[in-house]
Ligand binder design. Structure first.
Ligand code: BGC
Length: 420
């Protein structure tokens, strides 16, 4: 039987443990990346000039939520988001969960096309840039084949298909020849494109949100998608809770790093730990009551963790629960440790990427980051910064972290403008 201390110890990473991950990630990038789950996919895009212009319609397909944006690229590194709309693919007008395996590709893309029609209203010509947040292999700038779904999406007959072709065909079925898909990019690549549109030194892009992934500019100037969320090696400090979560996930053994760090999974990890503490230890004053709070899978999400750390309210499934002071301290400590561990592991991969692209640490680097964890989760951004400092005290000043809101979508607009 584990104790509270055993659990907190297993979630706490020493600087040496972080450095081991950094070193292994560095090695994986240059030596047999596939053995470690990395994909190093060529995005077929290089850096933008910052002078790309024009109004672009963007589909930002992040996961269950998809966003449509109208972006005006003004040149001179400036842009404006003119309009945007969020679409939920799970709960929608069709009554069918379009992310489940009861849905087919044409239903999913047909729905997206209908929403696009409603969003743009008037019948004018648009170039479309697609930020697609899943691993895909590019055939060219406007076509990429989905390799596999991640983030618990299961829609049928999309894996193995050219995603922009599916979208273009769905638009054609609605008679919308005025919209032409021009580019498809991964969201991490989009984030880097948006960062590089604004700043010459941006050379790493990353998503810390529902999912996690990073990309970088290689020595030939190409933007390479690492699919770092799928990284796995024995150096990862996997706990029994990580294993439990992986075993019960829709895609076991896939996305092992992502399952330890990303917003889609932190809530479930947290639930598994609290349940174990309530059922198998005498840590809580009110363990019977607490065990009843979390009976169902995914009854707590990363927004609950955020609320706990920020507003000191303990919520699950939309309900708030009052806790004794000592019980609150326990749930708070576990939440903080999970968030800190996530940020430390992500920082380790950032350092691995910097080691790979600039072995002697001679240049400045800007890591452009988008995603709700980085934007909103208490402790997260600061821990990444602190970890860079602890691991590379002499060089950390060369690395700047920059949050860029909507960057994946802005980057898709930049990509469409680059593709012409
Ligand atoms: C996907 C990546 C994506 C990341 C962030 C992961 O699940 O595999 O392609 O960039 O999520 O959205």
């Amino acid at each position: 039987m584990g104790s509270f201390k055993d659990i907190t110890d297993s979630l706490t990473l020493s600087p040496q443990a972080v450095l081991r991950v950094t070193d292994k990630f560095t090695e994986a990038l240059s030596n047999r990346p596939a053995d470690y789950g990395l994909k190093l996919l060529d995005s077929t895009f290089g850096r933008p000039t910052g002078n790309e212009r024009g109004e672009v319609l963007v589909v930002d397909f992040g996961g269950t939520n998809l966003r449509l944006l109208l972006v005006d690229l003004k040149g001179h590194r400036a842009y404006e988001v003119l309009n945007q709309r969020v679409i939920n693919l799970r709960q929608n007008r069709t009554g069918l969960d379009l992310t489940s395996d009861s849905a087919q590709a044409d239903q999913m893309f047909g729905y997206i096309a209908a929403e696009i029609e409603d969003f743009i209203g008037i019948d004018r010509d648009y170039r479309l840039g697609h930020s697609f947040s899943f691993p895909a292999r590019h055939l060219n700038r406007n076509s990429a084949i989905l390799l596999e779904w991640t983030k618990e999406i299961r829609t049928k007959s999309v894996v193995g298909q050219d995603v922009n072709l599916l979208l273009q065909q769905a638009l054609q079925r609605r008679g919308m020849a005025n919209i032409q898909t021009k580019a498809i990019i991964n969201d991490a690549v989009g984030t880097l494109l948006a960062g590089a549109y604004q700043n010459l030194e941006a050379d790493v892009g990353s998503i810390c949100g529902t999912g996690h992934n990073s990309c970088f500019v290689d020595e030939e100037g190409r933007l390479i998608n690492t699919e770092s969320g799928n990284f796995f090696d024995e150096v990862l400090p996997v706990t029994k809770f990580d294993r439990q979560l992986d075993d019960s996930s829709l895609h076991p053994r896939a996305q092992r790093l992502e399952k330890m760090v990303a917003g889609a999974y932190l809530g479930e990890l947290y639930r598994l730990i609290l349940l174990d503490l309530a059922e198998n230890t005498d840590s809580f004053d009110q363990s019977i009551r607490l065990a009843k709070v979390f009976p169902a899978r995914n009854s707590i999400d990363s927004a609950d963790i955020s609320a706990l750390l920020q507003d000191r309210t303990f919520t699950a499934d939309g309900k708030e629960y009052g806790l004794s002071t000592s019980d609150f301290q326990i749930v708070e400590e576990i939440a903080r440790l999970l968030v800190v561990r996530s940020a430390q592991l992500i920082a380790a991969t950032y350092l691995g990427i910097i080691n790979h692209i600039d072995r002697d640490h001679q240049r400045r680097h800007i890591i452009t980051i988008d995603g709700s964890l980085y934007e909103k989760m208490p402790y997260f951004a600061k821990t990444i910064q602190d970890t860079l400092h602890v691991i590379y005290p002499a060089h950390h000043h060369l690395i700047q972290l920059r949050f860029s809101k909507d960057a994946s979508g802005i980057g898709a607009a930049v990509a469409a403008a680059m593709a012409k």
